[in-house]
Each structure stands twice: as C-alpha cells, then as structure tokens.
Design a binder for this molecule. Structure first.
Ligand code: MN
Length: 227
C-alpha cells in the first residue's frame, strides 16, 4: 500500500472539442465592478486590482452538486467571467493580452463571507474564505476562436429561478487585457491558467437545497445545486 497519491490534473471540458483544458492555476480578481464594491461597504477607487487564488481541485463541473461548506453561516455566490489562458507570458502589454487567451467560461467564486469579513478586519489572507473545496464551479470553456472576445454582454445569476445578479461585462473596472497585464507582472502565466475576473452587484447568502443558475450572454449558462 502506498501513501503517495497519483498525480491528478483537474481539467475542464471544452465546447465542441474532445480534449479537455488541463488546469494549472486558478487566479481570481476581487472588486472589479463598482456596484459590488459599494455593496461590500467600500468606495470604488482605481487602485491596482486585488488578486487571490483558489486551488485547481476546487473546480466543480457544470450541473454538479456542491456540499454546503463547513465553518460558515454565510455562504455567498459570485458569478464571474472566467478567462482561460492558452499561451505563456510574463509582463505582457494590454495590446498583446488577447493573443494568450484560449477561451472563456462562466464561473462561480463561492465565498465564506463571514470568514472573509473576519479576515479583512484582521488583515489576514483570504484562503479560508475563498479557497475551500468545491468553491469554484465552472462551465465548459468556449474557445475564443469560436466566440471571439466578449467586451460587453449580460452577466447574471438566479437563485431558485429568482434573478439576483444582473450586470454587464462592460462595467468591469479592470478589463480583461488590463487584468492580464497586471497579473503577468506578478506571475508568469502558462497554458492551463484560469482567471476569475470579479463579480457584479447582488451577492447574497444561499442555503442547502438552493439551485444556482448563472450565465453570460454569448458564452454559457452554469447550474449548480447546493447539497
Ligand atoms: Mn469574486
């Protein structure tokens, strides 16, 4: 009997392709829509984007059931545009950022909001609030060569059929090329990296049994049930 695990590379389905997108890292941007910053009790200022990470094995495929996580009484959804990186780059200019994008997906940045509030108040990292198991549901990835690069379009989320988030990609404070420019100044990006790009306003708590359905116009719809 071995105590060594077999290496497991999380992978996400690609629309219209046999091969899957093997995931290397999951980066996330915090605070990228003004109305969401206000609902979190902050004033939007154009400070550099806030980055954090989730472990790749926190990804959950479309249609999945996610358990209500331990250690929280205030689990929130955040529907987000996810960018899939297809080429390596570091310190890349905004004008060249599109060249490294493989495609786009719809994601949920599930958040233990109570632990995040505690971390913010005490100057602690967000790992427990953001990086827990099953915290990153994601749709199929749609290659940019099929759908182009969405600059605008409705981004929305429904809980049990009721519309809760209703934003537009054009309202992002930091555009996708700007996010890539900043992030690639801190980390060399590689094929397999995903970037969750922040959520519009309307976040709130969900409970066991809730059905979450989020979508982005021209990309996909993502459905998750909270077990
Ligand atoms: Mn988020």
């Amino acid at each position: 009997m071995s105590y060594l695990n077999q290496p497991v590379t999380p992978a996400v389905k690609i629309a219209g392709r046999q091969e899957k997108f093997a995931v290397r890292r999951v980066y996330c941007v915090g605070w990228n829509y003004e109305e969401h910053i206000r609902e979190m009790g902050q004033e939007p200022e154009r400070e550099p984007p806030v980055f954090f990470m989730k472990p790749p094995d926190a990804l959950v495929p479309n249609g999945g059931l996610i358990p209500y996580p331990t250690a929280t009484q205030n689990l929130h959804y955040e529907v987000e545009l996810v960018v899939a990186i297809g080429r390596s780059a570091k310190d890349i200019a905004t004008s060249a950022a599109k060249e490294i994008i493989y495609g786009y997906a719809v994601g949920l940045d599930m958040t233990r909001r109570d632990l995040q509030a505690h971390a913010k108040k005490n100057g602690q990292p967000w790992a427990l609030a953001k990086g827990f198991d099953h915290s990153a549901p994601i749709s199929t990835i749609h290659p940019a060569c099929d759908i182009g690069h969405p600059l605008s379009g409705s981004i929305w989320l429904e809980v049990n059929g009721k519309r809760r988030q209703d934003g537009d990609l054009s309202r992002m404070i930091w555009s996708v090329p700007e996010i890539i420019q900043h992030l690639s100044g801190y980390f060399e990006l590689f094929p397999g990296d995903l970037i969750f790009t922040g959520t519009p306003a309307g976040v709130s708590a969900v409970v066991q049994g809730d059905q979450l359905r989020g979508g982005i116009e021209m990309i996909d719809t993502l459905e998750i049930t909270l077990g």
